[in-house]
Design a protein around this ligand. Structure first.
Ligand code: FAD
Length: 434
C-alpha cells in the first residue's frame, strides 16, 4: 500500500538547533534484504532496533526514519524521563505499579547507555516538582500525594518559600517533589542513542517509507531504495494507521514548546534558585517548565487538534505569544529574556490510555502510542516488542502485553468535535496555572 501521511519537519526544534552542525543523514539507497526492519527513529524505534541488535547479533537490523532523528517528537519534548505517572487512578493500583516498574526499567537502561556511550545530554537526577498557584491545583496535588503515598512512593510537600529557593520565581504557592524523574536534553539523547547502536544495526534517516507491501516477504520502499524482510516493527506512533493498522484506535494532538537563549550571568543571578530543574503543572492544559544546565528556560504549553499534522507558521506565532505571556508572568525579573525557537510536536493517545506493544499481524509488530509521555514509556515499549518478536520470555514482555486492547474512537467527525471542546475547556480551566 502507498503511505499517504508523513511527518513534516519545519526545523523549528530548539533542542535540535542548539546541537550545532550535525553529520549528514545516511539515506537508504538501493534494494536489499534484512532480517528485521524497524520503522521510526523515536524512543520506541531506537529501543526496538537496539534490543534486536543485542538479542540477534548475527541478524541485519535496518531502522528507517522519515526525517532526522532528534527532529521528531522524541527530540522535541520537555526532557522529563518520568518514573511516576502524572495521573494515578484510585481503582487500578496494579496498573499504576506496573507502569512505575517498567518506567524505572527504562530509566535504568537509558542511564546505563548514557554512561556507557558517554552521551552528553544533560542527564540529571533532579526529580520533578508539580506546582500549583490556585486552590484547585493544590487540591489536585493533594490527591496525587495521597495516591502516590498509598503506592509507597516518597513525596515531599513544598511551600512557597521552598519553591522560590529552588526555582527562583515566587509565582507558585504549593508544590510536591518526587525524586525519581530524570531531566535531559532530548535531541542530544536520541541522536546519541542513534549513533551508538550495536554493529549489526543500520540507521537510515531522511528515508521515509512511502510504500509497504505486507506479504511474505514484506517490502518497504523509500524514495531511493527498498528493503525486503520477513519481520517489521512499526514504531511510527500516530502515523501507524498510514500503514493500514490501528485505524480509529489512535488519536494525535500537538503540543508546543519554546526555548529561550541562555540567560546572561546577570540574569542567572537575578533569577536565583538552584538551577537545572523541571516543573509539571497541577492541571491539564497548563504549563510545563525547564531550566536547563546551559541556563535556558523552556515553556511547554498549548494544545491543538490537527489530525492532518498541519501546523502553520501562524499557529507558531500565536503560540509563541502565549508562551511569552507565561514567561513574563512567572519571571518578571527577566524582562529582556526572549525565545530562540518555538515548535510543535505530536502526541499519540489511545481512548483507554493504554499503549500498543505487540503483534499487529503476521510478522508485523508495533510499539506505539505512549499517551503523551514517551521517553520512558516509548523506550520500554520498544525494548519489550523486540523481546516479544524474538520469542524471549521475559518479565518485561509479560508486563507490556498485560495492557488491555486499544478501544476504538468514534468516527473522526465526532472525535474531532469532542477533542477540540475538551482542549478548549482544559485551556480555559487552567486559568492562572497556565
Ligand atoms: C512539546 C512536547 C513535550 C513533551 N514532553 C515530554 C516529556 O517531558 N516527557 C515525555 O516522556 N514525553 C514527552 N512528550 C511526548 C514524547 O515526546 C512522545 O511520547 C515520544 O516522543 C513518543 O516516542 P515514539 O518513539 O513512540 O514516537 P515518535 O518520537 O513520534 O517517533 C515516531 C517516528 O516515526 C517516524 N515515521 C512516521 N512515519 C514514517 C514513515 N512513513 N517512514 C519512516 N519513519 C516514519 C517519525 O518521523 C518519527 O520519528 C512531549 C511531546 C511534545 C511534542
Amino acid at each position: 500500500m502507498k503511505i499517504t501521511s508523513f511527518p513534516r519537519n519545519d526545523h523549528t526544534n530548539g533542542w535540535y538547533n542548539t546541537l550545532g552542525d550535525q553529520p549528514p543523514a545516511r539515506v537508504l539507497q538501493g534494494d536489499s534484504r534484512a532480517d528485521w526492519v524497524v520503522v521510526g527513529g523515536g524512543f520506541a524505534g531506537l529501543a526496538a532496533a537496539r534490543r534486536l541488535g543485542e538479542l540477534r547479533p548475527d541478524d541485519r537490523v535496518v531502522l528507517l526514519e522519515a526525517g532526522r532523528i532528534g527532529e521528531n517528537a522524541s527530540g522535541r519534548n520537555s526532557g522529563f524521563v518520568i518514573d511516576l505517572p502524572h495521573d494515578i487512578s484510585k481503582e487500578q493500583p496494579e496498573h499504576d505499579l506496573r507502569q512505575i516498574r517498567v518506567n524505572r526499567q527504562a530509566i535504568a537502561w537509558l542511564q546505563e547507555l548514557v554512561e556507557r556511550h558517554q552521551i552528553r545530554c544533560q542527564w540529571s537526577h533532579r526529580g520533578k516538582v508539580h506546582v500549583s498557584v490556585t486552590d484547585k491545583g493544590r487540591r489536585n496535588l493533594e490527591v496525587l500525594t495521597t495516591r502516590l503515598s498509598g503506592l509507597g512512593e516518597a513525596v515531599e510537600t513544598w511551600d512557597k518559600a521552598r519553591l522560590k529557593a529552588y526555582l527562583g520565581t515566587d509565582y507558585f504557592d504549593y508544590g510536591i517533589f518526587t525524586p525519581g524523574c530524570i531531566l535531559m536534553q532530548p535531541a542530544a539523547l536520541v541522536t546519541g542513542l542513534a549513533r551508538s547502536m550495536p554493529a549489526n544495526v543500520e540507521v537510515y534517516e531522511d528515508s521515509a517509507v512511502s510504500e509497504f507491501s505486507d506479504g511474505a516477504p514484506k517490502t518497504l520502499t523509500t524514495a531511493e531504495g527498498s528493503v525486503t524482510t520477513s519481520s517489521v516493527i512499526l514504531a511510527t506512533n500516530g502515523w501507524t494507521p498510514a500503514f493500514g493498522f490501528l485505524e480509529r484506535q489512535l488519536l494525535t494532538m500537538h503540543t508546543f514548546a519554546s526555548l529561550t537563549r541562555p540567560l546572561t550571568q546577570q540574569e542567572q543571578a537575578d533569577l536565583g534558585g538552584e538551577g537545572d530543574w523541571g516543573t509539571i503543572p497541577s492541571t491539564l492544559g497548563a504549563t510545563t517548565m525547564r531550566y536547563t544546565q546551559d541556563h535556558r528556560l523552556l515553556i511547554r504549553r498549548s494544545l491543538r487538534y490537527r489530525p492532518d499534522f498541519n501546523i502553520l507558521p501562524s499557529d507558531l506565532i500565536q503560540i509563541r505569544g502565549e508562551h511569552e505571556d507565561t514567561l513574563r508572568k512567572r519571571f518578571p525579573m527577566l524582562p529582556e529574556l526572549d525565545f530562540e525557537d518555538t515548535w510543535g510536536g505530536v502526541l499519540c493517545m489511545s481512548r483507554n490510555h493504554v499503549p500498543k506493544c505487540g503483534a499487529l499481524g503476521d510478522g508485523v509488530w508495533a510499539a506505539v502510542c505512549q499517551n503523551g509521555v514517551g521517553a520512558a514509556k516509548g523506550t520500554i515499549s520498544g525494548r519489550a516488542v523486540a523481546e516479544l518478536a524474538t520469542g524471549a520470555d521475559t518479565d518485561l514482555v509479560a508486563d507490556m502485553t498485560a495492557y488491555d486492547e486499544l478501544q476504538r474512537f468514534p468516527p473522526a467527525f465526532i472525535t474531532g468535535l469532542a477533542f477540540r471542546a475538551r482542549i478548549a475547556h482544559a485551556q480555559m480551566m487552567a486559568g492562572k496555572e497556565a
